[in-house]
Structures are given as structure tokens and as C-alpha cells.
Design a protein around this ligand. Structure first.
Ligand SMILES: C[S@@+](CC[C@H](N)C(=O)[O-])C[C@H]1O[C@@H](n2cnc3c(N)ncnc32)[C@H](O)[C@@H]1O
Length: 376
């Protein structure tokens, strides 16, 4: 979508999916961190928008504040919300929306909302927000621009805070379209934090698209020093990839919770949402997880090898799109079908259960031909 010139704009279907992921993640993030002993936690919406869409739906800052206000338990940490919106008209509307929400909410003395207007995210974060944060303060930054004026150096500064995480809207379609544009070289150097992307600009077709997506993930790891990076693909009405929502963290628990949020947005686990109306074109809401795929991935890594079940769990969480809740069901079905040997286990282990310490050997024979689909 071209960047709108109006103060508000229409809410698109894939924006709803993006908001659903943000809300579900914050529902988990706020209590985990605030009850985890952090005296202060910080949410930054770097490209906040006006807080409202044409049809009156909430924008991301209001969604984030609602996640805080809806917490049933008392939040003992001080929670700072920083909303950065360069456009003064949009920022004014956002202020109205925030004021209206807080006027109807119970008094929250430990909640602080800051709206920054007239300057861009990089400048505000580096000059006004970052210097106020101590090393241990966890930040969750939502970085959701219309284009690609993002700086990997700023992302790296946020991530350097240790417990911090970012959710970045990587405007894939436009970035891919403009990658070879001579006027954009510096901006892309800033986005990727280096010039290695230039070799991708000389590539073509699907190889180029995959390389571009994978390069951004690699930069989040190498420059941003994230240990876990996952993306969610958003497709447009023609079912072409419009943008990727990238999540980067150094905490496995963050990854587990973000996967939960993404699985809820796409129960089929392809981590894709499409605005296309033809249900045959793409995996849509309401489908089931393709657990045959998970079995193939487990076999691809461990077939023929005796391994601890905990090693399979680590592999599933860190290196596949699947959740920890999926793999035991897969192991159970594999054992039942004779495709998994239990090498060592507690004496009275029940068949189909895999308590800690269980050693298994997945069969090398399985090629994925037998469908294995379990409802979530
Ligand atoms: C995609 S919209 C944000 C939508 C919002 N996050 C939501 O989900 O409801 C991007 C917003 O960033 C603002 N913007 C553009 N450049 C900016 C910058 N450098 N810093 C902060 N905001 C910027 C635009 O005015 C626009 O309102």
C-alpha cells in the first residue's frame, strides 16, 4: 500500500492480523516482565500512527495500552509507553485517543505515556529515550514504518539492553522494488547496517526474494545480536508477499510466546496471512497445523540418531516454526506408527509419553508420505 497522505486511513485485513499478533504478544510480555522482578519496563511504538483508523478501529498505540489496562493482576513495575509519530496532525489525533482511553480507565500511577511528535524515530529514540534507560531495562519496540527508513544501528542499540526485543515491519515488496535504485543506496546501507545487501540487488526472481528476507534476519542476528529471529509473512490481495513481520529476541521464552501469538493468528503454522479472498490460494485462518511437516523436520535432523527428547524440544523451539506443544503429539503418533524407537526411558513410562530423560531414535525410513494431522 502506498503511504497515505490523509491523517487516518482504512484498516486493511493484514493490518488486523498484525495487530492481533502484537496484542497477544503484549498480553504475555507485560505480566512476564513486570512480575519478573524488573522495576521498569518500556514499550516503544516507533512509528505510532494516529491511534485510530478510518472506521474507528484502534491503532497500535491504543492496542498496546489496552493490553496493559486489561491485565487482571496488579502490575508492580513502572511501565513507560513511548509513542513516536513524526506527523504533527497524526500525533495530535493520537493524543486525543490516548487521553480518551486514559480518562475512562482506572487511575494507574505506575503508567507513563509519552507522545513524541515532529521528529523521527531514530532521532527520538537515540536522543530522548535510550539515555533514560538503564542497562537492565527491558524494551519492546514495535517498528512499523510505511517505507524502509529504519536504522539497524538503532535496532542494535535497543537489543544491546539485554532483555529487549523488537517486532519490525519489513516492507518487503517496496524494498525489493527499490533495491537497485541509485538514490536509495545510503538508506539501504542504514537499514541493513552494512553493504552486503548490494549483491542481492543483482540477483533475480525467487532466489533474490528469499535472499532479501534471509539477509534481514541475518542482520538482526549479526548486528542486532538477536539469538532468535522469526518472521510472519503478510500477503496482499494478489497473494504476493507484501511485508514480513520480524521478531528478534535473545530470550527463548520471548520466542515461545511470540510463536504462540503467531500460531493463533495462523493456526496452520505456515506463519502466513493473506488478504486474498480465494481460500485455495493460501493457508487461511481456521486450518490445522501440518504436523507431517514437523515430523519431516524432526526426521531431517535426528533420523537414525539416539537423542534426548529435550534435544528435540530445543530444536523445535529454536529452529522450526512449530511450538513446544506440538512435538510431543508428533512423537506419540510416530511411536504408535512404529516410526520412533524408544531407546531409554524410566521403567514405568506409559507408551506415547516422553518424560524428561527419555531417549528416542526417529526412524530414517519416513519420507513424509503418511499424513499426520492433529487438531491444535
Ligand atoms: C504504518 S504507519 C503506523 C501504523 C501504526 N503502527 C498502527 O499499527 O496502527 C507509519 C506511521 O509512521 C509515521 N512516520 C513516518 N516516518 C516516521 C519517522 N521517521 N518516525 C516516526 N514516525 C514516522 C507516519 O506518519 C505513519 O503515521
Amino acid at each position: 500500500m502506498a503511504a497515505p497522505k490523509t491523517t487516518t486511513w482504512a484498516l486493511e485485513e493484514h493490518t488486523k492480523a498484525k495487530h492481533a499478533i502484537l496484542r497477544r504478544y503484549l498480553d504475555a510480555w507485560i505480566p512476564i516482565l513486570s512480575h519478573g522482578g524488573f522495576p521498569r519496563i518500556v514499550f516503544v511504538d516507533g512509528f505510532a500512527g494516529p491511534g485510530v483508523y478510518d472506521d474507528g478501529s484502534d491503532g497500535s498505540p491504543i492496542i498496546a495500552l489496552n493490553a496493559y489496562l486489561a491485565q487482571a493482576a496488579t502490575i508492580s513495575a513502572e511501565v513507560d509507553f513511548h509513542f513516536v509519530e513524526v506527523d504533527p496532525g497524526r500525533a495530535a489525533l493520537l493524543k486525543q485517543a490516548v487521553d480518551a482511553l486514559l480518562a475512562s480507565a482506572p487511575r494507574c500511577p505506575r503508567l507513563k505515556v509519552h507522545i513524541h511528535s515532529g521528529r523521527g524515530f531514530d532521532e527520538v529514540y537515540n536522543a530522548d529515550i535510550h539515555p533514560t534507560l538503564g542497562q537492565g531495562v527491558p524494551v519492546f519496540a514495535f517498528i512499523d514504518p510505511f517505507g524502509w527508513r529504519i536504522s539497524m544501528a538503532t535496532i542494535a542499540r535497543i537489543m544491546a539492553l539485554g532483555s529487549s526485543e523488537v517486532l519490525v515491519n519489513f516492507m518487503f515488496e517496496e524494498i525489493n522494488r527499490f533495491l537497485a535504485h541509485p538514490d536509495q543506496v545510503e538508506n539501504f546501507d542504514t537499514l541493513f547496517g552494512g553493504d552486503e545487501w548490494r549483491r542481492i540487488a543483482r540477483m533475480e526472481g525467487q532466489a533474490r526474494r528469499n535472499a532479501l528476507r534471509d539477509h534481514f534476519a541475518e542482520r538482526l542476528k549479526s548486528v542486532g545480536r538477536a539469538t532468535h529471529v522469526r518472521h510472519f509473512e503478510m500477503r496482499n490481495r494478489r497473494s504476493q508477499v507484501d511485508y514480513y513481520l520480524f521478531f528478534a529476541t535473545r530470550k527463548r521464552k520471548g520466542l515461545v510466546k511470540m510463536k504462540e501469538a503467531m500460531w493463533k493468528a495462523d493456526p496452520a503454522g505456515a506463519f502466513t496471512f493473506s488478504d486474498a479472498t480465494d481460500p485455495n490460494q493460501m493457508v487461511m485462518f481456521g486450518a490445522e497445523a501440518d504436523l507431517a511437516r514437523l515430523e519431516r523436520e524432526i526426521c531431517g535432523r535426528f533420523a537414525g540418531e539416539a537423542c534426548l527428547v529435550s534435544e528435540i524440544e530445543t530444536f523445535v523451539i529454536d529452529e522450526t516454526a512449530f511450538r513446544d506443544s506440538h512435538y510431543k503429539g508428533v512423537l506419540k503418533a510416530m511411536e504408535k506408527a512404529g516410526r520412533l524407537e524408544v531407546v531409554a526411558a524410566k521403567p514405568r513410562r506409559r507408551r506415547g509419553t516422553f518424560p524428561e530423560g527419555t531417549v528416542v531414535r526417529p526412524s530414517p525410513a519416513y519420507g513424509g508420505a503418511i499424513p499426520l494431522r492433529l487438531a491444535l
